[in-house]
Design a protein around this ligand. Structure first.
Ligand code: K1U
Ligand code: ZN
Length: 167
């Protein structure tokens, strides 16, 4: 297992669109394991391969209290969305920034698991929010892209200031 460096907004590599995974082999299983270690260490409740500069359609999520329910989604597709909810989101690529974003309340996602089995998951609440947030990453979108231009500029300035202080 290995900890992977996480790209930070506004790194242009976060805008890349991820490619489908054609073959689920040992390298994909290793990537999922390394991403899990990276997410738990951060700590976070989700991570997309895009954030660790791997532009393949793989996301992991664990919204459990005790880090016991790791979910791995390969080539995930949003099949159905309904309702609306607004909640505060954070992002490991945008450290220290939390903002309200509107998302669907319930979603159905179709995906492959690590054994290559085709699966569907119906989710609501935080899991649904996290799935939509991670699917955005695979499409080159960060939660900040849902905010006004003014808020985006303020966030970029705040992160640039943080980077100068820590340099
Ligand atoms: O994609 C990411 O950067 C991970 C992100 C996922 C997410 C959080 C909240 C709403 C939507 C999506 C995070 O995990 S940010 C960190 C965080 O929210 C958290 C960290 C520790 C415990 C609980 C939450
Ligand atoms: Zn994120």
């Amino acid at each position: 297992m290995a900890l992977l460096p996480i790209l930070r907004f506004p790194d242009v590599r976060l805008k890349k669109v991820a490619e489908p995974i054609i073959k689920i082999d040992e390298s994909i299983r290793q990537l999922a394991n390394d991403m899990a270690e990276t997410m738990y260490e951060a700590p976070g409740i989700g991570l997309a391969a895009t954030q660790v500069d791997v532009h393949k359609q793989l996301i992991i999520i664990d919204v459990s209290e005790d880090k016991s329910e790791l979910l791995v989604f390969i080539n995930p597709r949003l099949e159905h969305c309904e309702g609306a909810q607004q909640g505060e989101e954070g992002c490991l690529s945008v450290p220290g920034i939390y903002e309200k974003v509107e998302r669907a309340e319930r979603v159905t996602v179709h995906y492959l698991d690590l054994e290559g089995q085709s699966r569907s998951l119906e989710a609501e609440g935080l899991l649904a929010v996290c799935l939509q947030h991670e699917l955005d990453h695979l499409n080159g979108k960060v939660f900040v892209d849902h905010l006004s231009q003014l808020k985006q500029t303020r966030i970029k300035n705040r992160l640039a200031k943080q980077a100068r202080v820590t340099a």
